[in-house]
Design a protein around this ligand. Structure first.
Ligand code: UDP
Length: 455
């Protein structure tokens, strides 16, 4: 009976950072709910840092990026990290496939992050079904696709920029690798290289849902047969169909949920600003100071996640002086926080997971994008999804305290607050619908599973 029900063994391989691991982890859980066996492979360093749960529907295994002791921080440069990861990662991924080969459950599908296009070459070498899993929006991916194929020439010399299926874009709306030429050449090469072999992938999956960006999905579907399968948020927060799926389950940073929950539970509905800049961004001292002053001067409560590596940038005495008005923590369970009724707005760097989480939980946003795709996400938050505002940056690259204060007021109490809340609720309903039984994303997941099983 067991053998009959068994539908195949999928190995999922994210780029080793939290914003890439979380969505592939969640997608793996969905696949398990469809009868597949799934193993998530991370680098040895990440595996040891995260300590995957022992009781999980998933299995966990490792490859190596060549930096087992310290991960990315151990590398001499971004370029060195990516190169070494390709060499050592390809070899150790092959070893992992071989290790599973003569077991009852050999790996017969690899779902890889296209930041690691070499994984598809490894899959093909072993004759294994290979699916690309894009962790950013279709709109962003479509821009990179255009640049990769020479359809959008760089540097951009005339604006606004028109790309089929996307809103009219100014330079500041573009991903930062394009709007700030030469800022991170190795990463820029990496995002373009996602398309170096994606036409050879057996399937292309994107962590978005159709209703969020229908024109972008339609446009990109003309160049590759993609399936929008998001949002990859724990089921508890959306359709509630997956048992015991109430958090991501892996964390790079330790946190104690009770501290945030207890504090938030003493606050009135919609009275707290939640601030976080995700797992990677590092703000300048000046930007941290402007944020701190804006919060100090504001009448609203705030919950601010300041990672340990950023703590020294908080102005002296800020935390003591804030008293019960504010809570500063090094990390939190963001989904729990966003779903707390006390939260009135999310001041975010607009990382794609954070944005998708806020949309899925119906929380209006103030966008303070820092780099990469965050600028485009902030553009959509303000002008397409209309669930908040994007803060204006000064010539010195800083968002000043007056602007932060203005944006917070706009979202927390301004005339447009009701519209932002109404739209946020609309996106939450659509997110739930997309992933539920008859929804667009769930159908796409089913289509993917049957394509793989029948391959
Ligand atoms: N996150 C969290 N606690 C925090 C801050 C962030 O759990 O205090 C999670 C958040 O829920 C999201 C991920 O970290 O899933 C951040 O991903 P995102 O794409 O937003 O940003 P990145 O870290 O890649 O810049």
């Amino acid at each position: 009976m067991e053998n009959k029900a068994y539908r195949g063994h999928v190995l999922t391989l994210p780029y080793p950072s939290l914003g890439h691991i979380n969505p592939l982890l969640q997608f793996s859980k969905r696949l398990v709910s469809k009868g597949l066996k799934a193993t998530l492979a991370t680098t040895l360093f990440i595996h040891n840092t995260m300590q995957p749960p022992s009781s999980s529907s998933l299995q966990f295994d490792t490859i190596s990026d060549g930096y087992d002791e310290g991960g990315f921080a151990q590398a001499e440069s971004i370029h060195a990290y990516l190169n070494r990861m390709e060499t050592i990662g390809s070899k150790t991924l092959a070893d992992l496939i071989i290790k599973n080969k003569n077991t009852a459950n050999p790996i017969d599908c690899i779902i890889y992050d296209p930041f690691l296009p070499w994984a598809l070459e490894v899959a093909k070498k072993f004759g294994i079904f290979g699916a690309a899993f894009f962790t950013q929006t279709c709109a962003v991916n479509f821009i990179y696709h255009h640049v990769h194929h020479g359809l959008l020439k760089l540097p951009i010399t005339s604006t606004p920029i028109s790309i089929p299926g996307l809103p009219v874009l100014e330079l500041e709306d573009m991903p930062s690798f394009i709007s700030v030429p030469g800022s991170y050449p190795a990463y820029f090469e990496m995002v373009l290289n996602q398309f170096s072999n994606s036409d050879k992938a057996d399937a292309v999956l994107v962590n978005t849902f159709y209703e969020l960006e229908p024109e972008a999905v339609d446009s990109m579907s003309k160049v590759c047969r993609l399936l929008a399968i998001g949002p990859t948020i724990p089921s508890f927060y959306l359709d509630k169909r997956l048992e015991n799926d109430n958090d991501y389950g892996l964390n790079l940073f330790a946190s104690d949920s009770s501290i945030c929950n207890n504090w938030l539970n003493t606050k009135l509905e919609g009275s707290v600003i939640y601030l976080s800049f995700g797992s990677m961004a590092s703000l300048s001292n000046k930007q941290m100071e402007e944020l701190a002053f804006a919060l100090k001067g504001s009448k609203f409560h705030f919950l601010w996640v300041v990672k340990a590596s950023e703590e020294a940038k908080i102005p002296e005495k800020f935390v003591e002086e804030a008293g019960n008005k504010g809570l500063v923590v090094q990390w939190c369970s963001q989904l729990e926080v966003l779903s707390n009724k006390a939260i009135g707005c999310f001041l975010t760097h607009c990382g794609w997971n954070s944005t998708l989480e806020a949309l899925s939980l119906g929380v209006p946003m103030v966008g303070l994008p820092q780099w990469t795709d965050q600028t485009m996400n902030a553009k959509y938050v303000q002008d397409v999804w209309k669930v908040g505002v994007r803060a204006k940056v000064c010539e010195n690259g800083i968002v000043e305290r007056e602007e932060i204060d203005f944006c917070i007021k706009e979202v927390m109490e301004g005339e447009r607050r009701k519209d932002f809340q109404k739209n946020a609720k609309k996106w939450r309903d659509l997110a739930i619908k997309a992933i539920s039984e008859a929804g667009s994303s769930n159908k796409n997941i089913d289509e993917f599973v049957s394509k793989f099983i029948n391959s």
